[in-house]
Design a protein around this ligand. Structure first.
Ligand code: GDP
Ligand code: IMO
Ligand code: MG
Length: 423
């Protein structure tokens, strides 16, 4: 059987967690392939809301095994908190959650390095989630990292000490006023590592390829979004992993030829947390309305999300890079009540109209060109069939499909599992 991918097409927080939870009933395995606890994936069902950071969003279903893949970076401290928060659900975590031996560990000093690096950048800061993501991936590619599988080796604490000592020197060299009590942080870290070690570690590439041969269905869950991809995102205002389709191959050990469907998730408008260019960002009443109605606050950091109109130029780019085969439109309900809805269909770039994403998309280089659509008044949060959606929304969807040449197969009309319309 093939592997299907689910990816965010914008700057993250598109609603990936909700949709993975909805789709899990059709899969035997859900596997996260990149990112770490910078992610915050929100699930809502049975009147409760739950945010996952490292654990895949299929964890609440009995039919699926959940795998944290080799491309993921794990902070044992946050991971332990996630497990604690799941206790009340009485899930059989030991048999449902498997961890790749090749996943890298986020150490307390990685978090401190993230803070020092951000502080040193001043106004040019990335707006990182301060979870130690950048420094951990730097150690991975720099060939210094500590992996989950290392925890089974006798000398891992020695390797930990060497790396943490090196980090301390690096933190000092930033010359920033970073206050910390490493002893305390390490105590918490080692306690959390002991909890992590109670879980089953696997050679996940072997597990997943064997499962594939046996006919199991696999869904790869992306984190962040395509515009935060280390290669194709709005560099340097990006995260440190490949959030795009290719990341699933390196982050799970599945071959490109084994990938079948690529589900691209996008909000009916656009949001971004952290710094960096955002051509369609709104600073007016419409922006405030999107933020308020969409409740746009980061699931990991609680920071307000910047809001703007849908950017079809950027979306087309993401569709192309990922080879998206099905689009899922999220948060369509948030647009209800807006008189006019705008969509960016091209940019004005050096006095010319362009329809592709250029190297620089900062506001001094480009201006979005909009097409306007009539809004709709109806509350659509209780609609469960595409036929019952307002005509104006159906026209908006048709336009997007035509521009992107990919069908919109799901329209999400609220945060709850049940507020999902399949077309
Ligand atoms: P993720 O990181 O892609 O999983 O997305 P987040 O969980 O960070 O952010 C998406 C937010 O929108 C969460 O609070 C979801 O509960 C919520 N959400 C998801 N789908 C919808 C929808 O269709 N309508 C509304 N109003 N909220 C949604
Ligand atoms: P999910 O999976 C939205 C953003 C941060 C910052 C930049 C780099 O929930 O969609 P990092 O901590 O990775 O070094 O931060 O990336 N960012 C996200 N924005 N959703 C996320 O994840 C994000 N993960 C990182 O705000 O701008
Ligand atoms: Mg999120």
């Amino acid at each position: 059987m093939a592997v299907d991918l689910l990816l965010g097409l914008q700057w993250g927080d598109e609603g990936k967690g909700k949709i993975v939870d909805v789709l899990t009933k059709d899969y035997n395995i859900i596997a996260r392939f990149q990112g770490g606890p910078n992610a915050g994936h929100t699930l809502e069902f049975d009147g409760m809301k739950h945010v996952l950071h490292t654990i895949p969003s299929g964890i609440f279903h009995d039919n699926a095994i959940n795998i944290v893949g080799n491309g993921v970076v794990i902070d044992p401290v946050i991971f332990k908190k996630e497990l604690d928060n799941l206790k009340k659900f009485d899930l059989d975590i030991q048999s449902k959650l498997l961890i790749s031996r090749k996943a890298h560990l986020i150490l307390p000093t990685h978090r401190l390095l993230d803070a020092a690096s951000e502080a040193s950048k001043g106004k040019a800061k990335i707006g990182s989630t301060l979870k130690g993501i950048g420094p951990t991936y730097m150690d991975k590619t720099g060939r210094n990292g500590i992996r989950v599988g290392d925890l089974e080796l006798p000398d891992w604490k020695e390797r930990y000490r060497n790396l943490a000592d090196k980090h301390e020197g690096m933190i000092k060299s930033f010359n920033m006023d970073i206050q910390y009590d490493l002893k305390e942080l390490e105590e918490e870290f080692f306690e959390a590592v002991a909890v992590l070690r109670e879980l089953k570690f696997i050679d996940s590439e072997n597990y997943i390829n064997t499962a594939q041969r046996e006919g199991k269905t696999i869904l790869a869950e992306g984190a962040q979004g395509s515009l935060l991809d280390i290669d194709f995102g709005t560099y340097p205002f990006v995260t440190s992993s490949n959030t795009t389709a290719a990341g699933a191959c390196t982050g799970l050990g599945v071959s490109p030829s084994s990938i079948d469907k690529v589900y691209g998730i996008f909000k009916a408008y656009t949001t971004r947390v952290g710094s960096g260019p955002f051509p369609t960002e709104l600073f007016d009443e419409d922006g405030e309305t999107l933020a308020r109605v969409g409740n746009e606050f980061g699931a990991t950091t609680g920071r307000p999300r910047r809001c703007g109109w849908l950017d079809l130029v950027a979306l087309k780019y993401a569709v192309e890079i990922n080879g998206v085969t099905e689009l899922f439109m999220m948060k369509a309900d948030v647009l209800s009540g807006m008189k006019t809805i705008k969509v960016c269909t091209a940019y004005e770039y050096q006095g010319e109209r362009i329809e592709h994403l250029p190297y620089s998309i900062e506001e001094e280089y480009i201006k979005p060109i909009y097409q306007e659509f009539e809004g709709w008044e109806e509350d659509i949060t209780k609609v469960r069939s595409a036929d019952d959606l307002p005509q104006a929304l159906l026209e908006y969807i048709s336009f997007i499909e035509k521009e992107l040449n990919v069908p919109v197969k799901v329209v999400s009309v609220g945060p709850d599992r049940t507020q999902t319309i399949h077309r």
